[in-house]
Write a protein that binds this ligand. Structure first.
Ligand SMILES: Nc1ncnc2c1ncn2[C@@H]1O[C@H](COP(=O)(O)OP(=O)(O)O)[C@@H](O)[C@H]1O
Ligand SMILES: O=C(COP(=O)(O)O)[C@@H](O)CO
Length: 577
């Protein structure tokens, strides 16, 4: 249970503010997260890590010498937005490029990827690397789909220590890839976590049982077994990992490994030590030499009761990087030389946002009024369903869909209102709303909704009054853009299952000459049916994938919210005519 909070929606921002205030020796707050207190030495590659809040010390607690140069920090359990990441990376950049590192989650992959593109456009060379160490989240032949859990630490550390040695961006990336390929984690859980503002945990494990194969977002395990003794838990963790050696490690005997026994939030250190005692014994029996083990809370999930074991199979190079000193708020090791002076001179990396609006025709400005009414209806319907969307998402995901949609839709409405106030046309109003949604919400849905609104804005433009077929074209382009960006197709149990039939129905009706409001009504019916039908599907993309069976009988959260939104927008169109 998270008991101490103010407004749950402000929890992540307030926690970051307090963290930065408490750790001035190491970090400095910037828009989107934190960077080291001292500037990145000129010519050193900057390693910028990031992810959602709720995992402390990941990610902000790992910023400091020998580890990350900056961390982009998202909302609770949601990736930071591309804009946040770009801002942190620009503040951390020391002139030699930036490696962006994060756990392999859909939202992070989308936003860090977009941030790398924007950084390139800013003249900052950037590469990305997603840690995918959790062996329970996908089979070995689908290892690229695996989630990132406590393996984040050794992989981030290897890359950051390589950067500290002055290696080039491509070399630092290669180190990250090698460390990632040799890092495996597996975990167990006894209870889920309760998000700030919620009165129930994301999942429960029956008394005297344990969930096997945990996630770091309170996701339930992929199996359930009787509660083990500490020694049996250690045996399960070690034996499972020894069965999944990296390709170039023939047998454990004679190998050296970095070992991380990670507590998820409410397993006490003493319990972890009791488990570690057996872990060390079993690895020793298997002939593995343990190097600089870590036992403690390194990647958490609020008050979740769980433990994971991570092994990084070391070679000579990786061992030197793992043993290298580090000094961060939450992770210290070895001795570093004299601290670099703090750098208060640098300007904060504020977003250089262009607030001037381009000229628009009267017809487009009038249409902007309808767009604003529609965005108002979107924010209203999301607000009315926040709890329900969170509940649906928690069945197989991380329970944050309602919170993310609320942050995105309210930010979009405000940005749209401001743009309209300045005389913007329909296209610009939608573009501003798109940026605000993606920037404020982060997460998978933040990136995708940003794309939807941007596609619509581009189709409508600022000149012509938007005719019905033009609107249908915009929705069709939005559907194609979401599929391009997220890689999901119809049948994968995502919002794409609603977006495609919605676009098709709208196109068919407008092609028959049906007026927009009526055509939208028909398409919204198709969307509602399609969303309900996702209950029969098994998820093949996103957070719900590892829990596919659990989600049978429940619709996809993003599909459901999209259908609700299409219906609400129809209401706004009716009222506006
Ligand atoms: N690759 C994808 N393509 C399209 N939609 C996706 C994809 N992955 C997830 N989604 C949609 O995003 C929704 C979850 O959004 P959100 O709560 O922001 O997710 P997360 O917390 O995983 O970032 C899912 O219900 C699904 O509709
Ligand atoms: O959940 C996280 C990011 O993934 P999303 O797909 O945006 O939910 C975050 O907590 C780990 O980075």
């Amino acid at each position: 249970m998270t008991r101490l909070f103010n407004d749950p929606a402000a929890f992540a921002d307030e926690a970051l503010e307090g963290f930065a205030a408490a750790h001035r020796r190491w970090v400095r707050p910037v828009t989107g997260g934190v960077v080291r207190a001292a500037a990145t030495p000129a010519g050193q590659v900057a390693v910028v890590i990031g992810g959602g809040s709720g995992h402390y010390p990941a990610f902000s607690g790992l910023v400091g010498r020998g580890l990350a140069h900056g961390a982009a920090v998202g909302n609770v359990f949601a990736s930071p937005s591309a804009q946040q990441i770009r801002s942190v990376a620009r503040a951390a950049h020391g002139g030699a490029g930036v490696l962006l590192m994060y756990g392999n989650y859909a939202g992070d992959v989308l936003h860090f990827g977009q941030a790398a593109e924007r950084l390139a456009a800013d003249g900052v060379e950037a590469r990305t690397y997603a840690v995918a160490d959790d062996i329970s989240s996908a089979a070995p032949d689908e290892s690229a789909e695996r989630r990132g859990i406590a393996g984040d630490l050794p992989v981030f550390k290897a890359a950051a220590a390589a950067a500290e040695q002055g290696r080039s961006l491509d070399e630092v990336l290669r180190v990250a890839e090698r460390a990632g390929a040799r890092t495996r984690s597996f975990g167990i859980a006894f209870s889920g976590c309760t998000l700030p503002g919620s009165d129930h945990p994301l999942f429960t494990v029956p008394e005297a049982r344990m969930a096997v194969g945990l996630g770091i977002h309170g996701e339930p395990g992929i199996g359930e077994e009787a509660l083990p003794t500490a020694d049996d838990a250690a045996r399960l963790l070690v034996e499972t990992l020894l069965k999944e050696l990296p390709e170039d490690v023939a047998a454990p005997d004679g190998q050296r490994a970095a070992v991380v026994l990670n507590g998820l939030g409410s397993v006490k250190y003493e319990e972890l030590f009791v488990v570690y005692r057996k872990v060390a014994e079993l690895l020793g029996e298997a002939g593995v030499e343990i190097v600089d083990p870590e036992v403690g809370e390194l990647v958490t999930s609020f008050d979740m009761a769980g433990v994971s074991l991570t092994l990084t199979w070391l070679d000579e190079g990786l061992e030197a990087l793992w043993r290298a000193p580090a000094d961060t708020p939450a992770y210290r090791k070895g001795a570093l030389g004299t601290p670099e002076p703090e750098d208060d001179e640098r300007a904060p990396a504020e977003d250089a946002r262009d607030t001037a609006v381009p000229p628009a025709s009267d017809a487009s400005r009038e249409a902007a009024g309808t767009v604003l009414a529609a965005l108002d209806a979107v924010a209203g319907i999301v607000e009315a369903h926040v709890e329900e969307l969170g509940r649906i998402d928690a069945v197989a995901g991380d329970g944050d869909h309602g919170i993310g949609m609320r942050r995105g839709s309210t930010a979009a409405r405000s940005a749209a209102a401001e743009a309209r106030e300045r005389g913007a046309g329909a296209g610009t109003v939608l573009h501003r709303a798109a940026d605000a949604w993606a920037d404020r919400a982060g997460g998978t849905s933040g990136a995708l909704w940003g794309t939807i609104l941007r596609s619509l804005g581009t189709a409508l433009g600022d000149r012509d009054a938007p005719a019905a077929p033009r609107v249908a074209e915009g929705v069709t382009e939005a559907s194609a853009a979401v599929r391009r960006l997220g890689g999901a197709e119809v049948g994968d149990k995502t919002m794409v299952d609603v977006l495609v039939p919605f676009a098709d129905a709208l196109t068919a009706a407008t092609a028959e000459g049906v007026p927009l409001t009526e055509a939208w009504d028909r398409a919204a019916d198709a969307a509602t049916d399609a969303a309900a039908a996702t209950a029969r599907l098994l998820p093949r993309k996103g957070r719900a994938r590892p829990h596919a069976e659990k989600s049978l009988g429940t619709p996809d959260a993003g599909a459901h919210s999209l259908a609700l939104i299409t219906r609400a927008v129809h209401g706004a169109l009716l009222n506006h005519h």
